[in-house]
Design a protein around this ligand. Structure first.
Ligand code: IPD
Ligand code: CA
Ligand code: CA
Length: 270
């Protein structure tokens, strides 16, 4: 097989092979822990009225950070549960140890672990694992996206009526806009794991991912790169750049779609 058609080959061509290998290893370790403890949770605490945290979120994050930190001791981290460490190094690992915690805690097998290396503000290496299916999504900036070591790409769909879209619109103020989109597309879904739903755009399991606000850098970093490398046009909720590292403390939106439909979706959201 041509080396550029494998994730590690694509990463090697960009001098990032070790980074991808370590990210995949960290994601695999967290995934194994999540499978082992699935439906065996010991602790669920409330971060806020609607937000929960389990021991598996914390343990997964510790495992990922120790695996990556051992390999790259000088790199910085931005991780959902432990926050930012050592900023300003030019290399930051952005981590959501368990995306879809509510699903996980409820025994719904739709969740993932998401790891992205951001170099000089640019998402560069992504490893996102769906432990329930043992699906391993990876991407390297400029080097393509992969699912279980095979290259992936979005299928072309000309008609809006063929689109299957992951849609999460805010509960207030978006009813008319949601209806305008829904009546044009085939069907809308919401998985409860934004990172997994966005990664699915990379190989056309979803033709678009539409969430105009409420996401954080760790939700979108790896999956946004996977979607983009799979051929999607990816922007924030208003058509601007989808990844802005300085916005780490601000919730964001993402619109990822086939390039031919992206502008129409943005327009329908206005
Ligand atoms: C959440 C999930 C959810 C999305 C929320 C995220 P978490 O992440 O991705 O699908 O709608 O905005 O915060 O808390 O499960 O890591
Ligand atoms: Ca998340
Ligand atoms: Ca999380």
């Amino acid at each position: 097989m041509d080396s550029l058609t494998t994730p590690l080959g694509a990463a090697r061509a960009r001098g990032l092979e070790r980074e991808l290998a370590v990210a995949m290893d960290a994601a695999a370790r967290a995934a194994a822990l999540q499978v082992e403890r699935y439906e065996r949770l010991e602790r669920i605490v409330h971060k806020s009225a609607r937000d929960i945290l389990t021991e598996v979120d914390t343990l997964s994050e510790e495992l990922i950070i120790s695996t990556i930190g051992e390999a790259f001791p000088d790199d910085a981290f931005l991780a959902e549960e432990s926050g930012q460490s050592r900023p300003g190094t030019g290399r930051t690992w952005v981590i959501d140890p368990l995306d879809g915690t509510v699903n996980y805690a409820n025994g719904i097998p739709i969740f993932c672990t998401s790891i992205c290396l951001v170099i000089d503000g640019r998402p560069s290496v992504a490893a996102l694992t769906d432990p329930a299916r043992d699906d391993r999504y990876t991407a390297v900036a400029g080097g393509g996206a992969f699912l279980n070591d095979r290259p992936i790409a979005m299928p072309v769909k000309e008609a809006m009526s063929d689109l299957v879209c992951h849609i999460s619109l805010p509960p207030y103020g978006f009813a008319r806009r949601e209806w305008r989109i829904r009546k044009l597309i085939r069907v809308a879904r919401e998985t409860g794991s934004a990172a997994l739903g966005l990664a699915y755009v990379g190989n056309g399991r979803f033709d678009a991912f539409i969430q105009p606000r409420g996401l954080w850098l760790w939700d979108i970093a790896a999956a946004g790169l996977i979607a983009e490398e799979g051929g999607a046009r990816v922007t924030d909720g208003t058509g601007g750049p989808w990844f802005v590292e300085s916005a780490e403390n601000r919730s964001r939106g993402i619109i990822a779609a086939l390039p031919t439909h992206h502008a129409t979706i943005l327009e329908l959201l206005r």
